[in-house]
Structures are given as C-alpha cells and as structure tokens.
Design a protein around this ligand. Structure first.
Ligand SMILES: Nc1ncnc2c1ncn2[C@@H]1O[C@H](COP(=O)(O)OP(=O)(O)OP(=O)(O)O)[C@@H](O)[C@H]1O
Ligand SMILES: [Mg+2]
Length: 243
C-alpha cells in the first residue's frame, strides 16, 4: 500500500476531468508520497495544467477519486484543500500585481493566525529569496518575470504547505535563472515539503525529481523513477531529443 512504509500524501485514482463535453483527463492514476518531488511532463495541451487544477479543485473530478492526506478530497472546495495543506504556484506566476511584495506574501498566510510561525516562515522566504526582502514595498506587477516567480513561490510557502503544486516555474526565464529556481525548489523539497511540478523542461525537472509522470492527450503514458525516465528511449525520443 505504501512506498517505504509511508502513507500516501496525494492519490488520484482513475480520475477523469471534463471541460463541458470535452474530456481533458482520462483514467489518471498518480501518487505522491510525503517528502517526494514528482514532475509531470507532457506536450502542449496534454492535460498538465488541468491535472493541477483538478488536484486543487478548480476543475471538478468527473470520474474517479482524489485523496489528500488519507482522506477523500474531491468534494472539498479549493479553500478547504489549501487549508488542509496544498499550495499552488500558478501558471505565469499570477501574483497580485497591484499589491506590494509584502502584501502578496501576507496573502499566502491569510488562512493562518499563528503569528510567530508566520514570522519564521517570512524569514525563511527572505533567506531563500533575499531580493524579496529588498523590495518589500515594490508593487508585485512591476517586478521582473524572475522576481515574480520568486514572489509566487514565496507566497505559496507562506501557507506552510505540505504539498506545493507548481505549473511551469521555468516559463520564460533565462537558462541560468531556471537552474537557480530548480535549485531552490530542491532546497524547499529537502525541507520536507512535497513538490508536484509541471515542466516542459524535462531534462532539468528529471535531473532533480524523484519520480515523473508523462501525459499524452489526458492519459498517463509513462511513469517511473526520474533517472529511468531520463534514460527511457520513448521519453528521449518524445522530449529530450527535441530540446
Ligand atoms: N477552461 C477550459 N475550457 C475548455 N477547454 C479547456 C480549458 N482549459 C483547458 N482546456 C483544454 O484542455 C486540454 C488540456 O489543457 P491543459 O491546459 O491542461 O494542457 P497543458 O498540458 O497544461 O498544456 P500547455 O503545455 O500548453 O500548458 C487542452 O485541449 C485545452 O484546450
Ligand atoms: Mg499548462
């Protein structure tokens, strides 16, 4: 039932999801164990963002079951899922552009009232991203793309999540910065926070993830330990060869 005797943190069992009559996910099985970093790969329109949205409750599970921390989660609202320990770093960052850096970070902690712990988490975010501490009163929307990515990650960390869902954190960033962001994702993961990251950049993601899933037109076509996927021929042909 579990990997290394651990309970599952997140499980999708035969999950399908639809937009109207269009099926975007079909019979998807996925598991994330506590402390794991798992990447979700796949071409454009394969259903990666939909998978994250379904986990978060932005898109409804139309068939199958979703479990989070051992309990059925597919009937919970997004707010309830966040309260139970999910956090998201959405596609294209989507920070609050009119709010300052500080206000954006505070929004991440809006469901909490443990002031001392919030302060500790803020210090941790500043340690990871010193730039945010330097720009506390700058409007989020005026930060550079890379800085907004840091802010979106910082905001997610401010809810002290058990699972962070990230949608293409490397999008639009220069290669050196992509490496830096993934180093930080790894550090966050080493702190014990599980990470589920959608990434087009298969090489970078697989080089630091524990496991990966590959989606094609809404179905899981390949999954396994990251190192195996890195050397899998079908995988190599489908992705790495093109990069
Ligand atoms: N709100 C929506 N309404 C209708 N169809 C949608 C909606 N959102 C996504 N889809 C469709 O669902 C399919 C999967 O989209 P999704 O955004 O999950 O793909 P993706 O793998 O994240 O792609 P990309 O790499 O381009 O971000 C696509 O065919 C898309 O057009
Ligand atoms: Mg997407």
């Amino acid at each position: 039932m579990s990997r290394d005797g651990r309970d599952k943190l997140l499980e999708l069992k035969g999950v399908s999801a639809h937009y109207g009559s269009i099926r975007a996910l079909h019979d998807v099985d996925m598991v994330i164990y506590p402390g794991e970093m798992v990447c979700l790969l796949g071409g454009n329109a394969s259903g990666k963002s939909t998978t994250l949205k379904t986990i978060l409750g932005v898109v409804r599970v139309s068939e199958g079951e979703l479990y989070f921390r051992g309990k059925r989660a597919d009937n919970l609202s997004t707010a309830e899922r966040i309260e139970r320990g999910m956090a998201v770093v959405p596609e294209n960052r989507r920070i609050f552009p009119k709010m300052t850096v500080r206000e954006n970070l505070e929004m991440g902690a809006y469901l909490r009232d443990d002031r001392d712990a919030i302060r500790e988490d803020l210090d941790y975010v500043f340690e990871l991203f010193p730039r945010l501490a330097e720009r506390l009163y700058q409007q989020g929307g005026t930060m550079s793309g890379g800085e907004q990515q840091m802010l979106a990650m910082g905001r997610a960390l401010m809810s002290r999540p058990q699972l962070i869902l990230m949608d293409e954190p490397s999008m639009g960033l220069a290669p050196l910065f992509v490496e830096r962001i993934f180093e930080i994702i790894k550090q966050v993961n080493e702190r014990g926070i599980s990470v589920f990251v959608v990434e087009q950049n298969a090489n970078v993601a697989l080089s630091i993830a524990d496991r990966g899933y590959v989606l094609q037109t809404g179905e899981v076509v390949l999954s396994g330990p990251a190192q195996e996927l890195l050397h899998n021929e079908a995988m190599t042909r489908a992705y790495l060869g093109e990069m």
